[in-house]
Ligand binder design. Structure first.
Ligand SMILES: *[C@@H]1O[C@H](CO)[C@@H](O)[C@H](O)[C@H]1NC(C)=O
Length: 391
């Protein structure tokens, strides 16, 4: 009897310890799987402006129109995340990898929002039986599959913005197609290529902002024009038809199209939201870093860095060391930040797309690189289209 009791007690103890261990394991597992919920937007009191970039360090305005009808935290728990998303729009093959990388970053940072990739529908056109895919096309298909299977991206083929336009030209597509995603309440578009360091500020904006047709990142601190570096959009059929009509009447760049359709201060992301830190930062500004720039603080306060240095062809290209060394920021901490960003991009490109950096030949004309920052490519493509229309 006594020995039976002992056996029972030991069995019980064994069972309990096993149970406790298992529970602990399950909790860790749950914590790892669960998407990170957004922090509520900061309180309504005036907020210290960020001090990293003197240009943005300005006193903040009042709190913007955020939906305060429900306690934000509760709202965050019950929010319908299936109607909020991050979108990338790809118009040509060369942009695909960077777009998939950005959406993979969103996934890695555990944002609960959807990830959506828009790309020309002609890419899906059926291949004829005897026709071999060329290597570009097979890379494209591989990247689309990776995006969908490994990174949970919703693939969304898009039509040309002008009905009947040549689907093989990048300039036939427009960011205005964002407005066709009417299944979504609010979507965020980030202009690539770049590195997403932290998605929490963008998640909070997505979750708790009021739906506006357009809330764009300002082109300058003076807030006189919008830029396309970050757009938060409420898609609607009306806006889409308007933009489509406007674009059909005259070929213009996306930037000009949006500037015509959405007046500046009203359609800009609220000044207040910039107090969340550097929501969008351009890598070339690291060269203007002043003394006392701190890498740790910079990384902690920055959401997204667009890798754009006018003299460089883009982070996808392997630029010889001597050329890079000339362009690096002089400040030691800023230089480290700059190098880390480009290196991180290179590594992610390999991890996500399985692609090495592209070979780059130095252009003969200096102007070539400088154009890039001002949508020079789009302008060039529009010229293309005009020519094509005449033929
Ligand atoms: C940067 O800031 C962090 C945190 O404030 C601090 O621990 C670190 O020493 C600073 N680094 C430098 C180089 O000043």
């Amino acid at each position: 009897m006594f020995s039976a009791a002992i056996v029972f007690l030991f069995t019980m103890a064994l069972f309990l310890s096993g149970y406790v261990l298992q529970q602990r394991y399950v909790h860790t597992l749950q914590a790892a799987i669960k998407p990170r919920l957004p922090k509520p937007l900061p309180a309504a009191k005036p907020i210290q402006p960020p001090t990293l970039d003197v240009k943005w360090a300005r006193p903040m305005g009042s709190r913007p129109d955020v939906d305060e009808s429900v306690d934000q935290l509760i709202a965050g728990e019950t929010l319908d995340w299936s109607r909020l998303g991050y979108v990338q729009v790809v118009k040509e093959f060369a942009e695909l990898c960077s777009a998939v990388m950005l959406l993979a970053d969103v996934q890695k940072l555990k944002s609960p929002a959807k990830r959506i990739l828009m790309f020309p529908r002609v890419w899906l056109k059926e291949r004829k039986d005897d026709e071999e895919y060329d290597s570009q096309m097979s890379t494209t298909m591989r990247l689309l599959r990776t995006a969908a299977r490994r990174h949970g991206v919703t693939l969304h083929p898009m039509e040309t913005i002008v009905d009947g336009a040549d689907g093989s030209l990048p300039s036939s597509y427009s960011l205005a197609s964002l407005y066709s995603l009417t299944n979504y309440e609010r979507i965020v578009y980030l202009q690539g290529p770049g590195v997403l360091l932290d998605a929490s500020a963008l998640d909070s904006l997505l979750a708790f902002s009021k739906s506006e047709p357009m809330a764009a990142f300002p082109a300058t601190p003076e807030r006189t024009d919008l830029s396309t570096s970050l757009l938060m959009v409420h898609p609607s059929h009306e806006s889409f038809q308007q933009l489509k009509a406007s674009r059909s009447s005259k070929p213009v760049t996306d930037l000009d199209l949006f500037r015509q359709a959405f007046a500046a201060p009203q359609s800009l992301i609220s000044e207040w939201s910039l107090s969340m830190g550097n929501v969008v930062y351009e890598s070339r500004h690291l060269r203007d870093a002043v003394d006392g720039f701190n890498l740790t603080v910079f990384e902690g306060a920055t959401t997204y860095v667009r890798l754009s240095d006018p003299e460089l062809p883009g982070p996808e290209y392997d630029v010889p060391y001597n050329d890079r060394a000339r362009l690096r920021p002089k400040d030691e901490q800023a230089r480290e930040a700059w190098e880390k960003l480009y290196e991180r991009f290179r590594q992610r490109r390999m991890e996500v797309c399985g692609l090495d950096l592209e070979y780059w030949e130095k252009p003969q004309l200096q102007a070539d690189g400088a154009d890039r920052a001002d949508n020079g490519q789009e302008a060039a493509d529009d010229v293309h289209e005009d020519t094509a229309a005449e033929l």
